[in-house]
Ligand binder design. Structure first.
Ligand code: AGP
Length: 606
């Protein structure tokens, strides 16, 4: 996902832009650039590669000197990573940085070429820059408003006009953008973590609002150029929270933050021992009245939904359908106004999940979002939102967000089961009490770190692995497999243990380790049989299981035992060794754990 920053104030703009861009590196990118007002001209410096490449280029070319400008980290969508495709884009009169996708950029380029414009890049963004130049009549606001009427797609834009040195304009639709409010200086940024070292105060820019940012004032207008009053927000995350806190990687820090994240997320939602969703208006009566529940998300968030499905159906006896958002949005789902659609998203900006939200609302369903980032698009567009309180999740591989997502799935399952009179108040309270024990159980589970590091050393050179389980353990094996793939770059596949004999077991040899998850006591004997089947075919078996699971030593090669809690809640603990095994495997393979290749922290484009 691209990162946008902008600055107006007394400081050296180049320094501030590079500093704030560095705080957005976690979003994943392949090139970077800045545009700074220097002697009343727009000076652009940009290059493919990490920020260090841009800094080298600036050293070679000479540092732009000025106090106002814009900056960008690019995650390529149109056009491969290259110097020329890097942002900013524009000409001597106007320069822009962009996050999003302009869906009609080809038509715009065709029109502009007819007007004599030449294009040097393959990007969609350049079409917007040239269209701004085409419409520019000396009034930036009028120019921007006219261009907004012509472009289709998603965008967060930082714009500078040569005739207005000292001003940064910005506008957004679907891609996030905030306006940082400092003392004698102001900022724009894709998210608040970029500017925390300067200010915690910011405005959230709403759809198609246009901001004119200067060092001593910020004016916001709607697309009809009417002034808009903005409410000042205060970022609760301080700089430390967004730093590594002494851990080698953000991912490890975030794995160890899970006990606190879960405690911070569930505690405010427990009133007199019962689940309390009053903050979003979801009463027991309302919840009980829903006919079906759909859970829609992507990646790890979708795996949290899978855990939710098993628990909600088992306890509340209500049908739950789980969809990958990218599939949901094109399958014409059978949703009515009597259904509840739950969206799960850490970033709250995932394009497919956001579109699934819009489709669900158009179909008349109530929508409930579980989101980790305050004020994000999905949070603001859903009918109801329950924020998870995991704090900033910087590492691309999602860990603590998954834990707080499934914690909220349990809260919802218990609440629904009670609302539908499938369990008594006493049983519901007992489940909640068990959930409140999770943070301590997680602290104990984290003690398996050394065993996981040892297991990682044994699988790190594998070409491919299988993750197997049944029921909730199968849902969890999906998350374990994704974690390993995305950061170690080793192929793996999650497979229902009972399904192996229908074909996939033909893959099993001594070269294919199998990681088996066994926490569900009612079906563990079945999975243990499957373990013996793969062992008999030479597989190296890693067993992640509850402490009390009994199995012959010769049946497995390595065991990671975790504390025993009620079966339904075991995924809260079993995910930790799966995260740690993936983490240490990636570290041993020397990978960029927090920013794996090809990945972005939030996929804000389709
Ligand atoms: C998981 O480790 C990945 N980073 C990815 O699958 C992620 O969960 C997915 O893109 C959904 O992101 P979201 O929760 O921000 O919507």
């Amino acid at each position: 996902m691209c990162g946008i920053v902008g600055y107006c104030g007394p400081k050296d703009a180049t320094d501030v832009l590079l500093d704030t861009l560095a705080k957005l590196e976690y979003r994943g990118y392949d090139s970077a650039g800045i545009a700074v007002f220097e002697n009343n001209k727009i000076r652009v410096e940009k290059s493919q590669g990490k920020l260090s490449c841009l800094i080298e280029k600036i050293k070679t070319d000479g540092k732009p000197t000025g106090h106002c400008g814009i900056g960008h980290t690019r995650w390529a969508t149109h056009g491969e990573p290259s110097d020329i495709n890097s942002h900013p884009h524009g000409n001597k009169r106007v320069s822009i940085v962009h996050n999003g996708i302009i869906e009609n950029y080809k038509q715009l380029k065709e029109f502009l070429s007819g007007q004599g414009y030449a294009f040097e890049s393959q990007t969609d963004t350049e079409a917007v820059a040239k269209l701004l130049d085409y419409y520019y009549d000396g009034d930036p606001l009028e120019t921007i408003a006219r261009v907004l009427g012509e472009i289709e797609g998603s965008y967060a834009l930082g714009i500078v006009f040569r005739d207005f040195p000292g001003r940064v304009y910005s506008v957004r639709k679907d891609s996030p953008l905030i306006i940082g409010i400092g003392k004698g200086e102001n900022f724009i940024a894709s998210d608040v973590s970029a500017i925390l070292q300067y200010t915690r105060d910011y405005y959230l820019l709403e759809q198609d609002e246009i901001a004119c940012v200067e060092d001593n004032r910020v004016r916001v207008y709607d697309v009809h150029k009417n002034p808009v009053e903005k409410e000042l927000q205060a970022a609760t995350w301080d700089v430390d929270a967004a730093q590594k806190g002494g851990y080698e990687h953000f991912m490890l820090k975030e794995i160890y933050e899970q006990p606190t994240a879960v405690r911070t997320t569930i505690t405010p939602r427990i009133t007199e021992g019962m689940p309390d969703f009053d903050e979003c208006g979801l009463t027991d009566e309302k919840l009980a009245a829903y006919n079906k529940i759909f859970i829609v998300a992507c990646g790890t968030a979708m795996h949290a939904g899978m855990v939710g499905k098993y628990v909600i159906e088992k306890l509340a006896r209500t049908e739950v359908t789980v969809d990958m958002a990218s599939e949901f949005r094109y399958r014409d789902p059978l949703i009515t106004d009597k259904d509840l659609v739950i969206l799960i998203s850490q970033s709250g900006e995932t394009a497919d999940t956001k579109e699934a939200l819009r489709i669900s609302k158009e179909l008349g369903a109530d929508t409930l979002a579980f989101v980790n980032v305050k004020g994000s698009s999905i949070a603001r567009e859903a009918d109801m939102v329950m924020y998870t309180h995991a704090g900033p999740e910087i590492s691309v591989a999602s860990t603590k967000a998954f834990s707080v997502q499934i914690a909220m799935m349990y809260m919802l399952a218990f609440k629904l089961a009670y609302a539908k009179k499938k369990i008594t108040k006493e049983v519901c309270a007992a489940y909640i009490a068990e959930l409140e024990n999770i943070p301590e159980a997680l602290e104990n589970t984290l003690m398996c770190k050394d065993t996981c590091q040892y297991v990682a050393s044994k699988i790190m050179n594998a070409d491919s692995l299988l993750y197997i389980g049944r029921g909730l353990d199968y849902a969890l094996s999906m998350e374990g497999s994704l974690k390993l793939k995305e950061i170690s770059y080793i192929h793996s596949e999650s497979y229902a243990a009972g399904e192996l004999k229908h074909g996939t077991i033909s893959l099993v040899t001594e070269q294919m380790p199998v990681i088996a998850v066994v926490t569900q006591h009612d079906i563990m004997e079945k999975t243990i049989s499957n373990i013996k089947e793969v062992k008999a075919r030479g597989a190296k078996v890693v067993l992640v299981c509850a402490k009390d699971v009994e199995i012959e030593n010769e049946a497995v090669d390595y065991i990671v035992r975790i504390p025993v809690i009620m079966d339904a809640l075991m995924p809260m603990l079993a995910v930790v060794p799966l995260q740690l095994i993936a983490y240490y495997t990636a570290v041993l393979r020397g990978n960029d754990v927090d920013q794996p290749r090809n990945l972005a922290k939030s996929v804000t484009v389709e």
